[in-house]
Design a protein around this ligand. Structure first.
Ligand SMILES: Cc1ncc(COP(=O)(O)O)c(C=O)c1O
Length: 461
């Protein structure tokens, strides 16, 4: 079949520029690169309002899973349950409808093994923030009980309650990793260390930061130096946990550092982190906002880590169409008012998230991601071998793929040239090209992308 890829105008084209001119009231208006035609966009093909058609390897920063206008999502959006949920917003913990219970019954089977509860909010960062709160609450209760005080804060003395209201009631911390990204709210941002611009001028908690191993790729070729880097990182984490003994509520980590430049570590490293967190009495919290929902070839990336026991809390977002976290029964926060938001459970978006999960299963997309992802990585490896001065360190698991250019400017130039040829790739870290194809992407699309990348690399060499 002939590829629909075609770029016939500059980007943005005249129609896109005229549309953008209407949108300056939006504080975010300066960032836009494409104004999509969301009727015409189809599968992996992103159409813009000037009639340009892009092979979309960006998927809106990994938000997209099933491609554009997937029949399953259209059917869900047109279903009476969706229309009723969208037209009747509810504060779901207090006032709900049977559609929420249907969602809960159905979504349970897609939760990571060992998870007893789900907590839903709007976005990924909010999900991380909520998971950290659950960890802090459990940590605080345990500490009080160990000190002979009541777990329930409402049973504390007036002085103790005043200390809580005055923000001096706890010195608990979260340990996160250098290079991590966990969101932009003031809580998760304190655990975020990927880019200066995310944090400049914003006050943050003084929480400790552990080293994340700077592994080289391909992992097999650098096994020895990577193992050394991981051992050093674990030793660093251990020292932090000793220094903050008794105060660490959570150790928070991404299974693959995504915004930080697609930095991978071995399953053994994560098992080490889990073991150290457990010894320190801290919750082991996995942020799967970007790695979750199938992009690594399993529904949850941590399924590939061989963890001896489930993590304590697993955060989700993006492809789930809402944010939140899954928790073991240990982190089930029951006391009224501690973990409540007006919009805990947007029933309409939950239906889209569930339809996405069901479609991933029905269409065998995890297998596709594993097969096509391995093929994509192999082809990126060939390209790097052809252009060794330009493209380095191809890496990935499933469809979470990246490679490096020599500098941030070269990376941006590479993406701009690819976009002008109708392939939409993205950026991560300082100088990496980030690829997050929709889970329906096939080898035919991969070959087309590689062809374009080869042309761009030849032009830049
Ligand atoms: C690992 C990770 N955590 C949290 C977030 C924040 O999600 P959101 O932008 O939906 O708040 C992101 C977003 O890219 C992410 O990649």
């Amino acid at each position: 079949m002939l590829s629909p890829r075609s770029v016939t105008t500059e980007i943005p084209g005249p129609n896109a520029r005229s549309e953008m001119g209407r949108g300056t009231f939006d504080m975010q208006h300066r960032y836009r690169s494409v104004v999509m035609d969301d009727q015409a966009s189809d599968g992996v093909w992103l159409h813009d309002v000037d009639g340009n058609v892009f092979l979309d390897l960006f998927a809106n920063f990994a938000l997209g899973a099933l491609g554009y206008n997937h029949p399953a999502l259209l059917a869900t959006a047109r279903s009476p349950a969706f229309v009723a949920a969208a037209a009747n917003p509810s504060s779901t913990p207090f006032v709900t409808s049977p559609s929420w219970f249907t969602f809960l019954e159905s979504v349970r089977r897609y939760a990571p093994p060992g998870m007893a509860r789900i907590f839903c909010v709007d976005g990924g960062g909010e999900g991380v923030e909520s998971a950290l709160k659950a960890a802090f609450i459990r940590h605080g209760e345990r500490r009080r009980v160990a000190a002979g005080r009541p777990a329930n804060p409402l049973e504390l003395t007036p002085e103790e309650q005043c200390a809580i209201l005055d923000n001096t009631g706890t010195d608990a911390v979260v340990v996160s990793f250098a290079g991590a990204f966990h969101g932009r709210g003031l809580g998760p941002m304190s655990a975020t260390h990927s880019k200066l611009i995310h944090k400049a001028d914003l006050p943050a908690f003084h929480w400790p930061t552990a080293i994340f191993p700077a592994n080289r790729f391909p992992l097999e070729e650098h096994a020895e130096e990577n193992a050394k880097a991981e051992a050093e990182a674990l030793a660093g984490l251990e020292r932090i946990l000793e220094r903050y003994a008794g105060r660490v509520a959570a150790v928070l980590v991404e299974p693959i550092q995504s915004e930080g430049g697609d930095r991978h570590a071995s399953p053994a490293f994560f098992r080490g982190v889990q073991a150290l967190a457990g010894q320190a009495g801290a919750a082991f919290v996995l942020d799967e906002v970007q790695t979750g929902m199938g992009i690594t070839g399993t529904l949850w990336a941590h399924e590939q880590l061989g963890l001896p026991t489930p993590p304590d809390l697993v955060c989700f977002g993006k492809k789930m169409q809402m944010g939140g976290f899954f928790a073991t029964s240990e982190y089930d926060i029951a006391q009224f008012g501690r973990m409540y938001q007006t919009r805990n459970g947007d029933r309409a978006r939950a239906l889209l998230g569930l339809a996405t999960l069901q479609t991933i299963e029905k269409e065998g997309l995890l297998q596709n991601v594993r097969d096509t992802g391995a093929y994509f990585l192999a082809r990126l490896g060939e390209l790097a071998a052809r252009f060794p001065a330009l493209l380095t360190e191809p890496r990935g698991r499933g469809f979470l793929l990246a490679f490096d250019l020599p500098s941030p400017a070269a990376r941006d130039d590479f993406n701009a040239r690819a976009l002008r040829r109708g392939v939409f790739s993205s950026y991560t870290g300082m100088r990496s090209v980030r690829l997050r194809p929709h889970l329906i992407t096939t080898r035919v699309h991969v070959d087309e992308a590689i062809g374009v990348f080869a042309e761009v690399a030849a032009e830049m060499s």
